[in-house]
Design a protein around this ligand. Structure first.
Ligand code: ATP
Length: 363
């Protein structure tokens, strides 16, 4: 096991910078996910850590060693990709054993290590089968087994579950998490799928356009997004946003330019944005924090039910506030009809404020 430290990493392809000055420490034994949309630089970062790509600037440490000049094979890491290439003519056992035999391990050692990996992955029963006789999830486990037997210091995984169907993906998420708990090996996991990131990781590093946006626990990045990008990227449905300006006074308000949305910030929020009255602010609230009152209270924001989307375990309502739509996630027991006039409240401690120019959260 080892800590992985990325210091001021920069990677350019010609004139294009895929990764900008990235500083990130993945702790010894930690499960950290690089999360972001397609093209944000997460795979490039992983490939630099792996030694498959040479960075343009900065240093990479694995444990105490600077590995900048080490080939991938000498970095003591194992990679698992989206496209796992198993040897079709070999049994699952032989596929898993392959790296050990390549390094000329003794046959007893090979049998013992393959057995151990197979037990951890719960695939002992299929070791004699060839890949064509295995399901997609089973093949992915064999690929994981092949990575595990080398007992690397670090696992690097690039969207390893993408090719599996939704149910299998859900199962493999739990399996990978269990496996990490069992092995305790440092894992760096790349995905664009927020559910994978939130459910498996100890910490998530969110990237956009080659720039690190935030590093934190899943709850941190969900509850306290540091930038507009993180707030928008994480959460389903995405966070509601309303551009507002701060109007100070005896009863301070946050108002949208149309004058249909008017929110009373609490004292703490007002303190945070005071003095920013002339600057563009973005008010954000997650759909589960928009509370609907079927009978509007005197201080509520007034809205009209525009669309109802029943999802079984919850219902999403699109609510029209002026010309703006706010989405609210409610228990399925709340039954409203399209056209109903309702009130909205949003607990201030569950709302978010961002500076539009810098795109940073205002704390
Ligand atoms: P995806 O999930 O689509 O792989 P990603 O976040 O992993 O996305 P990267 O693969 O790291 O993104 O790519 C980051 C950017 O660098 C993209 O714009 C990509 O087109 C560019 N890029 C990656 N590899 C190369 C290359 N070999 N030559 C030129 N540009 C590249």
């Amino acid at each position: 096991m080892a800590e992985v430290r990325v210091v001021n990493l920069q990677k350019k392809f010609g004139d294009f910078t895929a990764v900008h000055n990235l500083d990130l420490t993945i702790e010894d034994g930690e499960f950290l996910t690089l999360l972001g949309p397609s093209g944000c630089g997460k795979t490039t970062t992983l490939r630099c850590i792996a030694g498959l790509e040479r960075q343009t600037g900065g240093d990479i440490f694995i444990g105490p060693r600077v590995v900048n000049d080490l080939k991938a094979g000498d970095r003591d890491i194992a990679m698992v990709f989206q496209f796992y290439a198993l040897y079709p003519h070999m049994s699952a056992f032989d596929n898993i054993a392959f790296p050990l035999r390549a390094q000329k391990s003794a046959p007893e050692e090979v049998t013992a290590r393959v057995g151990q990996a197979a037990r951890a992955l719960r695939i002992e029963y299929l070791l004699n089968r060839r890949p064509s006789k295995l399901g997609a999830g089973e093949q992915q486990r064999v690929a994981l087994g092949r990575a595990m037997v080398r007992r690397p210091q670090v696992f690097l995984m690039d969207e390893p579950l993408t090719n599996l169907d939704a149910k299998l993906r859900g199962e493999m998420r739990l399996e990978l998490k269990r496996l990490h708990q069992e092995l305790g090996t440092t894992m760096v996991y790349v995905t664009h799928d927020q559910t994978e990131a939130l459910s498996m990781s100890q910490r998530i590093a969110v990237m956009n356009k080659g720039v690190l946006q935030q590093v934190g626990t899943p709850l941190d990045v969900y509850n306290h997004p540091a930038t507009l990008f993180v707030a928008d990227f994480i959460g389903t449905p995405p966070m509601n946003f309303v551009p507002v300006r701060f109007a100070d006074g005896e009863a301070p308000r946050l108002r949208d330019p149309e004058g249909t949305f008017s929110y009373a910030p609490n004292d703490e929020q007002a303190t945070r944005v005071r003095g920013k009255g002339d600057e563009g602010l973005m008010f954000g609230v997650r759909s589960e924090d928009v509370e609907i009152n079927p009978v509007p209270g005197p201080d509520d924001i007034l809205a009209e039910v525009y669309v109802r989307e029943p999802l079984g375990d919850e219902t999403i309502y699109d609510l029209k506030v002026g010309e703006r739509i706010l989405r609210a996630k409610t228990p399925p027991t709340l039954r409203l009809n399209v056209g109903d006039r309702v009130g909205i409240t949003m607990p201030p401690q569950r709302t978010h404020l961002f500076d539009v120019a810098s795109e940073q959260a205002i704390y």
